[in-house]
Design a protein around this ligand. Sequence first.
Ligand code: GLU
Length: 458
Amino acid sequence: MNNMEKYAEFGIIASDPRFLKDDKNNDFLSKYDNGLLTIDNWKLFTDTIKTIYDEVKINNEGNVASYIPQLANVDPELFGICVVSVDGQVFRIGDFDPSFCIQSCSKPITYGLALKEHSENIVHNFVGMEPSGRNFNELCLNEDNLPHNPLINSGAIMTTSLIQSNKEQSNRFQYIYNFWNECVANTFLSFDNSVYLSEKDTADRNKCLGFMMQEKKAFKKGKSKKISKKINRKWNNDDLQKTLELYFQNCSIKTDLLGMGLLSAMLANGGVHPWTNKALFSYKDVKKILSIMLSCGMYDYSGEWCYKIGIPAKSGVSGLIYGVIPGVCGIAVYSPKLDKLGNSFRGIEFFKKFVKKINSHIFENRLNNYKLTIEHSLKMNDKINGYLLLDAAFNNDCDTVRNLLAKGINVNYQDYDKRSALHIASNENNKEAVELLIENGANINLLDRWNNVAHKIE
Ligand code: GLU
């Protein structure tokens, strides 16, 4: 297969900066050639997504958000999906061209930028890390008089206030926008001024949240005066207006499904962008961002989402949901009609079916943490688990051998020299392991590369 054929078959698209790079400088090609792609059965994977897409498309319940008037001006029938693997492979289906404003999907990034600039200790002096159990814009604070978490409105207004706070407004927005550009690898990014104005003009609730926090000194002091002093936190009452504007501007950033897929894949890849290899967030900050997304990312559906779907995700009222499967891929789904809790109706349906067909709940029982098993595929990670078995046979480690066999690993797995666990255990005179392997169906007639069967031990 030549490089172009490999790209076409494995989802590398022309806007990927690695597209025309030669083999030596192209990490995709070297992973491909060495069998190291995370989702190596790309066709089966993408066919599965296509099947789910077709099933979900038929159903389009719910209503488009209208409390921000401009949000109601979208085509309610749109439905598209973009999946980007940690190796930068892209699969898109449906209406993946239209752009949309990101709304609350900006919040994990705003939180990440606050963490990048300040320590965890400082950021969480001003915002909690608990699900609120309430609506995303409900007028409530936690017992420290702080927002419950960074992914509801009050929390995101707070994290916005922490970003580049001693700079000019224009520079603050530019800083955030530039970072988004890195997240989408300079693909489509824009700003929806009509949404911004519409949101600003109808912002009674967000203003109210801001005033509540201001009244409780949440911006100025947070939980502890000592900590707020560390960053020399100043807060004048007119800072609230500026903070709210910047928050509305964040929500009005516009991108498309490719952009959101890339951003999600960057989070799935520990903060390193799969196309550009740039570390946009440290893996430590990604861990924090994803933890909050898992517990608080899906409005008042977060608990059930965590239970049933179990992947860190964030939803926004424009109809976008993005999910992050750590070490595997990012998935962005766009369909503007929302359910009662404010989540994209089709988005939720898609993810429900996705985790049933592709075991991606983060607590799924997997031997090798986050590799995917695709329904109908043979066994996941046959190779790695096979090697674990050989290693256990070499060490006469019968507990591990038993464990692996109980989990369905092929007892007759052979390595590149066609050596099986039985060949290795008998070569090492590991009597217990040999007996255990034979009891479990090891084939004593298997030939290795030199045409030898496992030798008998007395
Ligand atoms: N800009 C919206 C608001 O503040 C964000 C809502 C959302 O997407 O959850 O109301």
